[in-house]
Write a protein that binds this ligand. Structure first.
Ligand SMILES: NC(=O)c1ccc[n+]([C@@H]2O[C@H](COP(=O)([O-])OP(=O)(O)OC[C@H]3O[C@@H](n4cnc5c(N)ncnc54)[C@H](O)[C@@H]3O)[C@@H](O)[C@H]2O)c1
Length: 263
């Protein structure tokens, strides 16, 4: 039997990079893919240098054909595909009218179409692997629409809906589909982010905090299995926000989000 394998998009930096290193340490064959080819090559060399196994390549997640080809080649080399992590994403912040339709289209193409492309590309390989899992990087901004992150937030609502729907469709075939919900994480994505919510809540999470939940989602506890847990919030603030939105009346959730965003 081949060792377990994981295919990660957006693996050159931030959460994707830390996730790749964590899976490599656990003996997985790591597929590290990104538009930053030099970045994933360096990562693969680091993994191989520490005794792990890695395959890397350039992949723009917006290109459905290239995604399908990358998955196919990876599965041949790795002897199958155990986990797909749709991590690649971009963020544009600021007031909604500050940016162009083209800027927003690019974000939708990467954050939403990229995840759709990944799920379609990996389906046949995942279906053939017992215990296969898809992890989609969602966000706490999919709990309530975020001022100054309107379109980013909307893309993550799309990832949430997609994850929930595909989870239902694929559960009978033994493919687990899970969403990870971090609040703000200290990576390049948030380096210059100056929204009201960032000022109120700060940026408290590290990429390793997110990795911890990704690993938990890939090796679910008995209760997570029994309760069909689909969503994994990261950090106390995201847990509180998710619970608050679930149990509060709509007017209160709006008022809290208005206040957090300083609007
Ligand atoms: N940083 C946060 O605060 C935060 C919070 C919640 C969710 N997330 C999500 O986590 C994921 C990773 O974020 P991060 O903070 O590590 O970001 P990051 O900017 O540090 O890394 C993103 C990586 O994605 C790659 N990428 C961008 N466009 C791509 C494309 N078209 N095809 C392939 N790769 C592409 C980049 O080259 C980069 O290596 C994203 O989906 C993001 O939305 C991040």
């Amino acid at each position: 039997m081949s060792p377990a394998s994981v295919f990660i998009t957006g693996a050159a930096a931030g959460i994707g990079r830390q996730t790749a290193l964590a899976f490599a340490r656990r003996g997985y064959i790591v597929g590290a893919y990104d538009v930053d080819e030099t970045g994933v090559q360096a990562l693969a060399e680091e993994i191989v240098g520490s005794g792990g196994r890695a395959i890397s390549g350039r992949l723009d997640v917006r290109d459905a054909d290239a995604f399908a080809e990358a998955i196919k080649q990876f599965a041949v080399e790795a002897g199958g595909l155990t986990i797909l992590i749709n991590n690649a994403g971009v963020l544009i912040g600021g007031s909604f009218v500050e940016h162009t339709a083209a800027d927003y289209q690019r974000m939708v193409d990467i954050n939403v179409s990229g995840v759709i492309n990944g799920c379609l590309a990996a389906y046949d390989e995942l279906r053939a692997t017992p215990g296969a899992t898809v992890i989609n990087l969602c966000s706490a901004s999919a709990i309530y629409g975020q001022a100054e992150l309107a379109v980013y937030s909307a893309t993550k609502f799309a990832v949430r809906g997609l994850t929930e729907a595909i989870e239902l469709e694929w559960a009978p075939q033994g493919i687990r589909v899970r969403a990870i919900w971090p609040l703000f994480v200290r990576t390049a994505m948030t380096r210059d982010l100056a929204t009201g919510t960032v000022s109120t809540l700060g940026i408290r999470l590290t990429a390793d905090d997110v990795v911890e939940q990704i690993l938990a989602a890939c090796t679910p506890s008995t209760s997570d299995r029994l309760l069909h847990r689909v969503h994994y919030a990261v950090g106390r603030q995201a847990h509180l926000a998710a619970a608050g939105a679930r149990f509060s009346p709509a007017w209160l959730t709006r008022a809290v989000n208005k206040r957090l965003a300083r609007h």
